[in-house]
Design a protein around this ligand. Structure first.
Ligand SMILES: [Zn+2]
Length: 83
């Protein structure tokens, strides 16, 4: 179980990204909405749809075992998650 948030600011594609607590792509406290405590990112994504139409999970937070640091090397923008 992890805490999940959705970023208030959309990315360049107009998508609001869902991230878990501790993710380096997560915005500052004032620029994110707390979604709740979920088993996985898919559940958090459903909750995020209550706030925004265009939402998706950041690739970095798609899988429980993923590590956001990998993605920082290439690009600060998380791309679409292939669930
Ligand atoms: Zn993330």
């Amino acid at each position: 179980m992890k805490h999940y948030y959705v970023n208030v600011k959309a990315d360049r594609r107009g998508v609001h990204r869902v991230h878990s607590a501790g993710c380096l792509f997560l915005e500052e406290r004032k620029d994110r909405i707390f979604l709740g405590y979920f088993n996985n990112s898919a559940q958090a994504l459903e909750k995020a749809k209550d706030y925004y139409v265009n939402v998706d999970v950041g690739t970095c937070c798609c899988r429980e075992y993923s590590n956001c640091n990998i993605f920082l090397v290439s690009n600060r923008e998380a791309v679409s998650c292939r669930h």
